[in-house]
Write a protein that binds this ligand. Sequence first.
Ligand code: ACO
Length: 370
Amino acid sequence: MTATKGLEGIVATTSSISSIIDGVLTYRGINIDELAENATFEEVAYLLWYGKLPNRSELNGLIQQLSEYAQLPNEVLEQIKLFPKDVNSMAALRTAVSSLALYDPEAGDMSPEANLRKAIKLQARLTTIVAAFARIREGKEPIAPKANVSIAENFLYMLTGQNPDKVAIEALDKALVLHADHELNASTFAARVTVATLSDIYSGVTSAIGALKGPLHGGANEAVMAMLEEIGTLDNVESYINNKLANKEKIMGFGHRVYKNGDPRAKHLQKMSRELSNLTGNMNWYNMSVKIEELVTGQKGLKPNVDFYSASVYTSLKIPRDLFTPIFAISRVSGWTAHILEQYENNRLIRPRAEYTGPANQPYVPIEQR
Ligand code: ACO
């Protein structure tokens, strides 16, 4: 038995949800470029869960269902109020999502109908949790969700208490579309491994949030912004990047396990970053990002991934840096739950093997003789 480090190139399941073939990403066979230009996030979530685009009444039905579920159980809101104010926002999200299960009477109902309802509940409630946590830690009251508006609009509204402008809603909506699913990425795999034991959907999503949190996965978008802030100005970019590369340090937001010729989502986020920076009148983060890309691609051949330009997009939308990864989760929970439903439909325990590299034939030494 020989291990494949990081399971690179291992095909661990079949799936009909999203594909990456020759560098092209599709959701249910539809090219991400078409979805990014035309679809709303709710249409995409419907597509991932039901396997087809919704008609007008199906879409309205989903938006209404999301509205009905968006309010958090009071007990969960009260728990969030007890969290330390300076806690990591992904840790807060992970804990709050886990406790949602305690107040859902159908948490243990494994029927396909109940699991689909819970997927929609999780989608609605993750959005409310992130906004509520962001306000509560600042000593503000959480804002109740609005009915019958998009996830993007509701999130910005619940975060700020103000009606967001159309440009901000559209930009966030597009970012959510771009992050919704991505084949067997680390967090989706974590979700599938968890539910393949026939554990419940809340356990699967909690596992996924834990996996997304790390800086090699979803946590990279925050790390990119931290790097931009550390560099500070365009003039400092060259020496900073050259120094990092000379020390063989990783530049966050670059590289990908699957894409070697560029991440198809990155160009959309770059365009959004340029347009939003233009509108806000602050081109600094965008210009620095372009310069970093020139240097990293020029010297290492590494291309930006989905996280790189997300950082300047969210900053232009005045979203605090440590909410970037939770926003990724707000989008990706659509994909996680679609994968969980797919796993349940045709389940088999996921249990690979390990190549043993420890010593052999060791005697048991009694404790007095050690
Ligand atoms: N900066 C500098 N060098 C890099 C980078 C980077 N961002 N990414 C890869 N490399 C180098 C590695 O040092 C390694 O070089 P070596 O062969 O000389 O040792 C080589 O490229 C291969 O890199 P691995 O880390 O083995 O590639 P792997 O497929 O395991 O990792 C990953 C992919 C985790 C995305 C990696 O590129 C990385 O750490 N990037 C930075 C973090 C990041 O942006 N993560 C978000 C990914 S997208 C997402 O999850 C949403």
